[in-house]
Design a protein around this ligand. Structure first.
Ligand code: XIL
Length: 391
C-alpha cells in the first residue's frame, strides 16, 4: 500500500551529522535540540558535561500540519471531493486523509436515482445517509447530487418509459414524488443540491432526455420549485459539464438560468463540473468571464466535479503531472479570486477512487492524491495558491 521508506540513509546521515557536530566543537545551535539528543543516545556518543540540559519551561504545543481544509477556512472557502461511505469502512488511512483535507463532500453515486429509489414505492437512503453521517461527524458540508438526471435511472423507470406506461401527468407525479421525497429526507442536511444535472447538449439545445420527452422543458423549473418546497434551507444548483469556458454550451446554460430567474424559479447557483484533460481545460480569462456573468445574475458558482485526465498525452509522467498541476492551479485560482465561487470539489479523493479509468477503459491519475494517498504536484499547487492568498 504505502511506499516503504528505508531508514538506513537517514540513520547514516544523522550519525555522520552528530560526529561532525561534536568534532566541530558545538558550533551553531546549542545542544538542546531534541533530535540531536536522541541521536546522541543512539550513537552512544557521551553527552558533553559542560552543557547542562535545559529545564523545560512549558509543554511544547504541536503546530498542526497545513491541510487544504485548514487553509481554505481562512477564506470561508469549501474544498472537497466526491465520496462514498463504503470507501472508508475498512480504510482508516482514507478516513484520516478525507477528514484532514476536505470540508465538503458530494455523494458520488449514493443519492442517484437507481440507488436511492430502486422501486417505484421504495426508497433506500442507507448509502446517502452514510455520506451525510460521515460529513456531520467530521464537521463537513454536503452537496446533494443529483435530484434529476437522465443517467443511472432504475430499471422500473426505463421499462415504464420503453413501454409507454404513464401519461404526462403520471410522469409529473413520479418526478415530483422523487424530488420531494429525497430532498425532504435530507431537509436541513444539504448545503447545496444539484437539482437538475446535465440537461443541455453540447450544441446548446436541450438534451434529449426521458424527462424532456415525457414532461417537456417545464420539468426543469418544476424540479427547482419542488426541491425548494421540500428543503427551503438548501441552495439549489443547475449542474453541467463542458460549459466552463465561453462556448455555445456555456451560453445555453447562461440563457437557461437567466430564464429561470426571470420566471421567479428558486435557483441559487450553477455547478461547473470541470471534467477536463491536459490540453482541454478552459483558459483562465474565459472561466473568469463565465463565472462573472453568472455572478452578475446573482448566482453562485461551484466547481463541482473536477478531474484532469492525463491519458491522451505522450509527455513523460513527470511532465504530465506538472501540466496537470498547472491546470488545477489555474482553475482553483480563478475560483478563489471570484467572489461568487466558494466551493471546489474534485471527483474522487484519490486516483485509486477515480471513475475515469472505468469510464474511459484506460488507466489514469486525474486527482490531487495518488493511489497511495500521497499528495501530487496538483495538491501542492492548490496549497500554494491558498497559502499565497487572494490578490
Ligand atoms: C459518475 C460516477 O463517478 C460513476 O461512478 C458512475 O458510474 C457514473 O457517474 N457527471 C456527473 C456525475 O454528474 O454524476 C458522474 O459520476 C460523472 C459525470
Amino acid at each position: 500500500m504505502r511506499r516503504k521508506i528505508s531508514l538506513v540513509p537517514f540513520i547514516f546521515v544523522v550519525t555522520l551529522g552528530m560526529l561532525a557536530f561534536f568534532a566541530g566543537g558545538c558550533k551553531g545551535e546549542p545542544t538542546t535540540n531534541h533530535l540531536q539528543r536522541a541521536a546522541v543516545v543512539e550513537t552512544s556518543t557521551p553527552v558533553p558535561t559542560s552543557t547542562p540540559l535545559p529545564t523545560p519551561t512549558a509543554t511544547p504545543t504541536a503546530t498542526p500540519l497545513p491541510s487544504l481544509r485548514r487553509e481554505a477556512k481562512k477564506y470561508n472557502f469549501w474544498i472537497g471531493s466526491s465520496f462514498d461511505a463504503g470507501w472508508v469502512s475498512d480504510d482508516p488511512l482514507l478516513v484520516d486523509m478525507v477528514a484532514r483535507e476536505f470540508n465538503i463532500l458530494t455523494p458520488e453515486v449514493a443519492m442517484k436515482w437507481e440507488v436511492i429509489h430502486p422501486e417505484r414505492d421504495y426508497y433506500d437512503f442507507r448509502r446517502g445517509d452514510g455520506v451525510v453521517d460521515f460529513a456531520r461527524l467530521n464537521g463537513m458540508l454536503v452537496r446533494g447530487h443529483p435530484l434529476v438526471w437522465d443517467f443511472q435511472l432504475p430499471e422500473w423507470v426505463l421499462v415504464a418509459y420503453e413501454e409507454g406506461s404513464f401519461t404526462r401527468d403520471e410522469w409529473i407525479d413520479i418526478l415530483r414524488g422523487h424530488v420531494k421525497t429525497v430532498a425532504g429526507h435530507y431537509r436541513g442536511e444539504i448545503y447545496a443540491w444539484d437539482v437538475v444535472n446535465e440537461a443541455i447538449a453540447d450544441d446548446g439545445s436541450l438534451r434529449d432526455t426521458i424527462w424532456l420527452r415525457t414532461i417537456g422543458p417545464e420539468y426543469i423549473a418544476m424540479a427547482f420549485r419542488w426541491a425548494h418546497e421540500a428543503d427551503p434551507y438548501a441552495l439549489l444548483f443547475y449542474n453541467d459539464n463542458g460549459g466552463e469556458g465561453m462556448n455555445a454550451k456555456a451560453q445555453a446554460i447562461y440563457e437557461l438560468v437567466d430564464g429561470l430567474i426571470k420566471d421567479g424559479v428558486p435557483i441559487h447557483g450553477v455547478g461547473l463540473q470541470m471534467h477536463v484533460a491536459l490540453g482541454s481545460a478552459p483558459a483562465a480569462d474565459e472561466l473568469a468571464q463565465n463565472i462573472q456573468r453568472l455572478s452578475d445574475l446573482g448566482l453562485r458558482v461551484h466547481i463541482t466535479e473536477m478531474d484532469v485526465r492525463l491519458q491522451y498525452s505522450s509527455a513523460s509522467e513527470e511532465q504530465k503531472l506538472a501540466s496537470q498541476s498547472e491546470i488545477y492551479r489555474r482553475v482553483f485560482t480563478v475560483c478563489l479570486q471570484a467572489p461568487g465561487c466558494e466551493v471546489f470539489v474534485t471527483w474522487g479523493p484519490t486516483d485509486r477512487h477515480s471513475w475515469i479509468p472505468g469510464y474511459t477503459g484506460h488507466p489514469d491519475a486525474p486527482l490531487l492524491f495518488d493511489e497511495f494517498y500521497e499528495p501530487k504536484p496538483a495538491y501542492d499547487a492548490i496549497m500554494e495558491v491558498l497559502q499565497k492568498g487572494k490578490d
